[in-house]
Design a protein around this ligand. Structure first.
Ligand code: ATP
Ligand code: MG
Length: 176
């Protein structure tokens, strides 16, 4: 039984910090409402703090899967990275279509599309196939125009200032 009477499509994009964090905030809120949550992460692998928290503290409420090779940005391999993204896409599509989830978050899917690991039609297909009462969230920089046009909500995190440019790398617990 779906918790939502109506589901929407949300996009969190832009260059500023907060896209994945916002999606995780929504995951937390939905879990508190006893919604069934699926969190799929493109281009990431391994023990990020959010993966650990979801697995250790929220495994009863949230199904979490990572689809990345982990080297998409540091040492890209087109064939391998496309295969990972495609396999992930099919998992995400099955989860969305199963009707078993009230909230489906696909973190960094917009980046996977921007890099050409997925094509824009893949994302539009997910939006078309979304069960009416499932909320679908895409995150990542560089959202495609066609995706934004079809979404119900688009939030752009604008970078006014970021310590990354002052040489502060991603920190465990804050960025990863
Ligand atoms: P968060 O996960 O903190 O909510 P986000 O999802 O909005 O951030 P992403 O684009 O997914 O942001 O990833 C940001 C990561 O990339 C950070 O780990 C940061 O260290 C790094 N990074 C590289 N360049 C930049 C930049 N120009 N602005 C912000 N972060 C950057
Ligand atoms: Mg992110």
């Amino acid at each position: 039984m779906n918790k939502l009477s109506v589901g929407k499509v949300q996009v969190y994009t832009g260059n500023g910090k907060g896209k994945t964090t916002a999606a995780l905030g929504l995951v937390l809120r939905a879990a508190g409402a006893r919604m069934r949550v699926y969190f799929g992460q493109f281009m990431k692998t391994g023990n990020t703090s959010e993966a650990r928290a979801l697995r250790e503290f929220l495994s009863g409420a949230v199904t979490m899967e990572q689809y990345g090779s982990g080297e998409e940005l540091s040492g890209p391999d087109r064939e391998r990275d496309t295969a990972c993204a495609r396999a992930g896409y099919e998992k995400a599509r099955a989860a969305l279509g199963s009707g078993e989830y009230d909230l489906v978050v696909l973190d960094e899917i917009l980046v996977a599309e921007h890099l050409g690991l997925l094509v824009v039609e893949d994302l539009l297909r997910l939006m078309d196939e979304r069960p009416e009462r499932t909320e679908l969230v895409f995150t990542g920089r560089w959202a495609a125009e066609a995706v934004c046009q079809r979404a119900d909500l688009v939030t752009e995190m604008g970078e006014i200032k970021h310590y990354f440019h002052a040489g502060v790398p991603a920190r465990t617990g804050i960025e990863m």
